[in-house]
Design a protein around this ligand. Structure first.
Ligand SMILES: [Zn+2]
Length: 330
């Protein structure tokens, strides 16, 4: 019996994150663990402890932490939890890149600012947008490496149940989902969420074509036809394949929109982001809109539909190559 603990987050527009408790012998494996809370005396362990107690366990019973992806809302508390419980940490190898970023946040911020400059974001807005990481870092207890490194395709035996590890890059390069073929349950992290289309963000040095990775890994999950999805945020839901189709439609629509805009006239990513996400006003919304646009433009570029040139002011501008092979409706 899987229990879900909705851990409160309340920062950067993230209300809560789900921690799943899977009985594992006389101890438990948990999937995702929420954030470190420097403002609370218990560091955020209290909410998890209360949830575990509700499921009939104590904090010390946690023997293994599987992190679906190393975004701080899913991973921030892992280091503290390992100290307290001695638990093993299980993550995909590509989470190394996230750990590197957390270890060298100044470099990560500078790289973001460079990206934004290249794509035409104004200097005043650049710093604000690159501060996304600054707003999250206080909620990361420590940078901890995986005790068990996943590549995808492994089987984790948890309490007698076999869970297939599916590498699902897109929302995050080191993202994994767990699927139980016997119960048809999918622990989806942020790969599949109820109600919203997960953002696919482009980041230099990570995936060169994250949207293609995302669409491919959505298909990989759809092929398994899960009956129940236990997501990283929000409530569990049943219509996995319908959700996937809706998400794919949404992404393809946006791809078409970007492709047509670039066909009409060469544009910068900043101009395209304004077109794609009209009401992105707050910094985190702008940051998402630009990252999301970058992932769409990357897809079109690697499809051969658009190409890049540098304007006189040094800003990248995208133009249509005229190649129809770039149609996303393949
Ligand atoms: Zn998340």
């Amino acid at each position: 019996m899987i229990s879900r603990i909705a851990l409160p987050i309340g920062v950067n527009a993230v209300e809560s994150v789900n921690c799943y408790v899977l009985p594992d012998g006389d101890r438990v494996t948990i999937v995702d663990c929420g954030v470190w809370r420097p403002d609370l005396a218990d560091g955020g362990l209290g909410a998890l402890e209360a949830g575990l107690e509700g499921a009939g366990y104590a904090l010390r019973d946690v023997s293994r932490i599987v992190v679906t992806h190393a975004h701080i809302d899913h991973y921030g508390l892992a280091g503290r939890l390992m100290e307290v419980t001695g638990a093993q940490l299980v993550m995909h190898t590509m989470t190394d890149l996230d750990c590197e970023k957390y270890r060298h946040p100044d470099t990560a911020r500078a790289r973001r600012r460079d990206t934004y400059a290249d794509h035409g974001v104004s200097e005043t807005e650049r710093t604000d947008l690159a501060d996304h990481l600054t707003r999250w870092l206080p909620y990361l207890h420590s940078v901890v490496e995986a005790s068990q490194r996943l590549r995808g395709g492994e089987e984790l035996v948890i309490g007698g149940d076999r869970w297939e590890v599916i590498h699902t890059p897109g929302h995050s390069l080191g993202h994994v989902c767990l699927f139980s073929a016997s119960t048809r349950v999918l622990l989806s992290g942020d790969h599949l969420l109820p109600g919203i289309t997960p953002p696919v963000t482009f980041e230099r040095g990570f995936d060169a074509d994250p949207l293609r990775s995302y669409l491919d890994s959505l298909r990989a999950v759809a092929d398994r036809r899960p009956d129940l999805v236990q997501p990283g945020h929000g409530r569990p839901f049943g219509d996995a394949v319908d959700r996937i189709e809706a998400i794919v439609r949404n992404k393809l629509r946006r791809l078409e929109k970007v492709r047509r805009a670039v066909e009409e006239r060469p544009s910068t990513v900043t101009e395209l982001a304004d077109l794609l996400v009209a009401k992105a006003i707050l910094a985190h919304q702008r940051q998402l809109a630009i990252s999301e646009t970058l992932s769409h433009i990357a897809y079109l570029r690697w499809s051969g539909a658009v190409e890049r040139r540098t304007r006189g002011d040094g800003v990248y501008e995208w133009y249509a190559t005229g190649a129809r092979s770039g149609s996303p409706m393949r």
